[in-house]
Design a protein around this ligand. Structure first.
Ligand code: PGA
Length: 252
């Protein structure tokens, strides 16, 4: 059975003090959710202090992005090995705010995924369609393309360290959550695609999170759909109470 995995994407929110407090509260609360894997992904400057605040807890630490080179003249960028050294277990790649806001392409993301895995990080690889793409019945074609190109050249063994996050762009930060039928259909499609791109065992094992306006009051319904294995949570991850309520909704 696939483990449930709930990750909080803090985006460009929190102060140093609130980040450490939030991490400590999450660390203290996860014991009430046995069997659920939990991660928090703070802004870069808070990674190492949050790593300290999480010490001794099972909560994983993640970055929200990284470059595909390990060093160089790349002003403003952060290397996968730097995330690793700052205490990260994982990195979010391909978030829609980076694809659509920062122009990250599937080809660049493919390089980032490979570099992060080589650096020993797990990857939460985000995919999802825009509203116009859904309305134009292009959802499956978009997901297919993002997976084909984004995961090109990876081995099945490497896929053991990849988690997918299906985040319909129209549901992110909008309060508009996908219906259970929409979420399940997309997740089942994604799992089928992983089977054809890799193999049946990889498809069966891969954790696929749902993201987009996940809140305490809709988490249980989403998290118990057959092909939904967790959640990538933005807004509701910024308060320990609402995030821990989502984490607890993942308990079987
Ligand atoms: P949201 O963000 O929960 O605020 O919709 C999700 C995400 O961007 O990962």
């Amino acid at each position: 059975m696939r483990p449930k995995f709930i990750a909080g994407n803090w985006k460009m929110y929190t102060s140093l003090g609130s980040a450490k407090d939030l991490a400590a509260a999450v660390a203290a609360g996860v014991a009430a959710a046995p069997g659920v894997t939990v991660a928090v992904c703070p802004p870069f400057p808070w990674l190492n202090p949050v790593h300290g605040a999480l010490a001794g807890s099972p909560v994983l630490l993640g970055g929200q992005n990284c470059h595909y080179e390990n060093e160089g003249a790349f002003t403003g960028e952060v290397a996968p090995v730097m995330l690793k050294e700052a205490g990260c277990d994982l990195v979010i790649l391909g978030h829609s705010e980076r694809r659509h806001g920062m122009g990250e392409t599937n080809d660049v993301l493919n390089k980032k995924v490979k570099a992060a895995l080589v650096a020993g990080l797990k990857v939460i690889f985000c995919i999802g369609e825009l509203l116009a793409e859904r309305e134009g019945n292009a959802t499956e074609a978009i997901l297919d393309k993002q997976l084909t190109a984004g995961l090109a050249g990876l081995t099945a063994a490497q896929m053991a360290n990849v988690v997918l996050a299906y985040e319909p762009v129209w549901a992110i930060g909008t309060g508009k959550v996908a219906t259970p039928d929409q979420a399940q259909a997309a997740h089942a499609f994604i799992r089928g695609k992983i089977k054809s791109q890799f193999d049946a065992a990889t498809a069966d094992a891969i954790v696929i999170q749902y993201g987009g306006s996940v809140k305490a009051d809709n988490a249980a319904t989403l998290l118990h759909l057959p092909d939904v294995d967790g959640a990538l949570v933005g807004g509701a991850s910024l308060k320990a109470d609402s995030f821990l309520a989502i984490v607890k909704a993942g308990v079987r």
